[in-house]
Design a protein around this ligand. Sequence first.
Ligand code: SIN
Length: 547
Amino acid sequence: MPVETDVLVIGCGIAGAMTALRLAQDRQREVLVITRTATPKESNTRYAQGGIVGRGDEDSADLLAGDILAAGAGLSLPSAVRILAEEGPRLVQRLLVDKGDVPFDRDASGELSCTREGGHSVPRVLHVGDATGLAIQRALIARLRERPNVTLCTNSTAVDLITSSHHARNPLSIYQPITCHGAYVLDREEGVVLPFLARATVLATGGLGRIYRHTTNPEGARGDGLAMAYRAGARVVNAEYIQFHPTTLAVPGADNFLISEAVRGEGGRLFTPDGRHFMDQYAPHWGDLAPRDVVARAIHHEMISHGYPRVFLDLASYMDGNHIRKRFPTIYATCLKAGIDITAEPIPVVPAAHYFCGGVLVNEWGRSTIKGLYAVGEVSCTGVHGANRLASTSLLEGMVWGDRAGRDVAARDDLQQVAEEEVPPWEEVGDSGLADPVLVYRDRRTIQNIMWYYVGLARSTRRLARALRDLNHLWETIDSFYRATRLSDDMIGLRNMAHAAWVVTRSAWHNRHSRGAHYREDAQEADFASLYDSDPQGASPLDEPWV
Ligand code: SIN
């Protein structure tokens, strides 16, 4: 028997939760939120350390928009940026600060404390220590649980979207515009796949950092939403723009733990192993607080040209130990566990894959190019982030577009619930038992290595050609593996990773120009400097050797 609801939200981070909360205001409407994890608190959102953009002193929507556009390297969509810059800080104030259930840090006089991060011209990032995402996530889930018309369904993995052209029993449906009617969902506890039918379906599945060998992202960031939307025929754009975070912990076994940009925002500086400060050479105007792509490539360049295995981020010389422990409790504790006392010594760091700037193309209300399908948060591409996202705007975008998508779905009357009998039940094709975990692990590792070495921070035609060839070959193996085994969350993830990796690589291959987070060593033309030239002094953060 299919499950029926008004709105199906797939994913439960800030964007999905915001959509559900907005829709749940109408008590007649049933909202079903599914997540593949065992608890709705687990999502990319909960790992966001740095913070969320608010409105700083001497700040304005114009100033914020200017910073986002400058970081985006000429590829941000101005109308989308304007929406974010105007609505975002207002929503943060109204829905997070004023409600009082997110304990943002305040100064001695009780005023909200704002940090400055890379690419921001004023301090405007609100934070809860260094675990801002977790605090927001907790508050939103608690609010969702209070809504009688919201059902939270854990341990439920979406397998594929249900679309008219792929799944309808009527063969003439292929002549109609593609319409989404929900998703096939694996109940991980029962081991069955059921159609979940909805008038509107909202993808809020987060990013795809796990297609890379080194990433700040949690295990679930495997491109599920992107792969499902792509298979269903949605338009995907800007997939080559993978943002690498400049500073993740470089200690064996610590698994690229994020060292927040706020550490540099509070005065931390980057040094080579022989004690040379290098960021002024790459970005004279911004120094250590240049946009992320510039800092990540500067570190990469230092590592490659001098053979350093890592560089160092020194906070201890610039901030008192007690203050460090208070301001960065999670980073302090995690580093200490890994043998680094950040109050006394510099932190060894390397860049790692962090954020997907591209995604499922959506309009200003979160509508994708498939009728009835919305995408919000990291899985989507609103155009805000362009070629490189400005720090601490991801939670903000998730909030604004989550809210907007909710409002849009609520106002529509052209989305119909599909009749149950029009959708075929799921057909299990695999018959040879559960997938061998060794093979799943090995295939996953192969994807991650291909992406890390050939589609990483610095790309070239030869590396991308190798990646495409290897991914095509691997795809045949994974596809037959998927079809031969019983469906499991691991197999769904593996197939999605292979698809997502291929989408990213193909976009990178087609784009022969370096811009923002997509850097090609053999770029056809290398003069996007003027696009960065928007800081007040006119100096460009895109200095040698990156142009
Ligand atoms: C950070 O704290 O550096 C990450 C925040 C973000 O990705 O915007």
